[in-house]
Design a protein around this ligand. Structure first.
Ligand code: 4GT
Length: 224
């Protein structure tokens, strides 16, 4: 998969060179290209924002530089996403669909009061939100989208680990995990996990998924 990220703060995406995302790029599972929208300002001051028509606080990202930046990376298979609190919520099923249905994502990150509406009209295929809260820019949402999508691409996750077996894939939260030592600060690892009976372990884990969901996200059970 190819992912172009259009931003006024390219240095924020240095974070994508760490961890599994960096490894995914090294392996060629994904090509991530960061584009500085300011390079398309077309003026020597690098101006990319202006006052809102009609007045009001803050600045708006001008349509020209953003339009040119999008055009510079667009091709026939590009799917252009504007990260926005107005967007459709990013949920695990949506992540999976993005990973399976597209080979080229273009992620547009806004700043200030947002972007000129005409860019949305002319260039954007879909707006996506990572939740009902407001941030100073779309960069962190873009990184969240990239990270979640990458996990579905071949050769990104280790060995047998499967995205089909984890939280949300079946609408339940994951069962609790434990590692050594068997006793920590007086708390024991559940006996069933150390007795070697794999059938019992599988049964316990299925039960725990329901218990964890009841405890932490009962709203998810209403969707069943
Ligand atoms: C929240 C989200 C997002 C922002 C979200 C335009 C200027 C939007 C700042 C930007 N805040 N973007 N994508 N919940 N802020 O996804």
């Amino acid at each position: 998969m190819k992912i172009d990220i259009l931003t006024l703060f390219p240095e924020m995406f240095d974070a994508l060179n760490a961890s599994l995302i960096g490894k995914a790029q090294d392996k060629g599972a994904v090509q991530i290209n960061i584009v500085n929208i300011r390079d398309f300002s077309g003026n020597k001051h690098g101006k990319v924002d202006d006052y809102p028509f009609g007045g009001g606080d803050g600045m708006v990202m001008m349509p020209g530089p953003l339009y040119d930046a999008i055009e510079s990376v667009k091709d026939d298979d590009a799917y252009v996403i504007y990260m926005s609190p107005k967007g459709t919520p990013l949920v695990q099923k949506k992540v999976e669909n993005l990973a399976k249905n597209y080979t080229h994502l273009v992620l547009v990150c806004g700043h200030y009061e947002g972007i000129d509406e005409r860019v949305i009209e002319l260039c954007v295929d879909e707006q996506i939100s990572i939740g009902d809260f407001v941030l100073t820019g779309g960069e962190i949402p873009a990184m969240a989208l990239v990270d979640s999508v990458l996990r579905f691409l071949p050769n990104v996750l280790h060995n047998e680990h499967s995205t089909a077996e984890e939280s949300f894939s079946d609408g339940y939260l994951e069962y609790p995990q434990y590692t050594r030592p068997r006793e920590f600060k007086g708390l024991e690892v559940p006996e069933v996990l150390v007795n070697g009976n794999h059938k019992e372990i599988a049964k316990w884990r299925e039960e725990q998924k329901i218990e964890q969901t009841k405890k932490y996200r009962p709203d998810l059970l209403d969707k069943k």
